[in-house]
Design a protein around this ligand. Structure first.
Ligand SMILES: [Zn+2]
Length: 261
């Protein structure tokens, strides 16, 4: 058992709250800092199913990437999804902690972890500031240039995805890779300015694709979920063995997007 306060202090050495974007809402969202924690459920998002799972598993803490409380709360209505989720959380005496853009930005955080999962290791600096190793997005340089096609195959297989959507020529060589996990479409211009051959992100729009096409920049889209579900593995790796806690990945959360074929 460990107090929630101690767990939080450790998480904040990995992902300092000061690294969060201004619009974000990270840290402890619900709970008692003095509560003892023996079981933790990790999830990308928090909904009523995830809270029910945490309750059934005897978890005192849910650790999520996306903050359930994001916009200022004006009411908590039990017949709305967020209200019902909060009712179950508070009713079950559970805590909720969000590690979001502060973890994305942190050195050794989610963006670095995603790159590592893809087998891309030579990470140089942030996508927006070449003088910083932390911050939003990353620029990595492959040890040896490879074709876009080979790199996409490597990424698709590493993340066990059925397919990928992209802009570019699969036979072109890529060496400098920009990435932003989550919805980083608007950083496509930063990737171009940083001299990337390829930019990888999620939630891309038509005009991001046009910009890439017109500027001879390859673009690879992961879904937001596929780019960030590794949050659960990262949290498990960070906490397991360090504290006397069982850390489990939610099995009830799912990518709400489905494909009709
Ligand atoms: Zn996200």
């Amino acid at each position: 058992m460990v107090t929630l306060e101690k767990l939080m202090a450790y998480l904040e050495t990995i992902a300092p709250l000061s690294l969060a974007e201004d619009y974000d809402n990270v840290g402890l969202l619900v709970g008692d800092r003095q509560a003892k924690v023996s079981r933790v459920l990790v999830s990308l998002d928090t909904d009523a199913d995830v809270v029910a799972e945490a309750a059934e598993q005897g978890c005192e803490l849910i650790l999520s990437h996306h903050p359930l409380l994001f916009h200022p709360v004006r009411h908590i209505l039990y017949d709305e999804a967020a209200g019902e989720t909060l009712r179950r959380l508070v009713g079950g005496g559970m805590a909720l902690y969000a590690c979001h853009t502060n973890l994305d930005a942190a050195e050794g955080g989610l963006c670095d972890y995603l790159l590592q999962k893809m087998g891309i290791t030579d990470i140089r600096h942030s996508l927006t500031d070449a003088a910083r190793r932390d911050g939003i997005g990353r620029v990595a340089v492959l040890e040896r240039a490879m074709t876009l096609g080979d790199l996409m195959e490597q990424i698709r297989d590493a993340l066990s995805l059925p397919s990928l959507r992209y802009v570019g020529d699969p036979d072109e060589l890529v060496q400098t890779v920009g990435i932003c996990n989550g919805g980083g479409g608007d950083l496509v211009e930063d990737a171009y300015r940083m001299g990337c051959d390829l930019y990888i992100s999620g939630d891309l729009k038509h005009h991001h694709g046009r910009f890439a096409y017109e500027n001879n920049l390859a673009l690879l889209e992961l879904t937001h979920y596929d780019a960030e579900i590794c949050f659960c593995d990262l949290m498990r790796e960070l906490l397991t063995g360090r504290f006397e806690v069982d850390v489990m990945k939610s099995v009830r959360e799912r990518d709400v997007w489905r494909r009709y074929q």
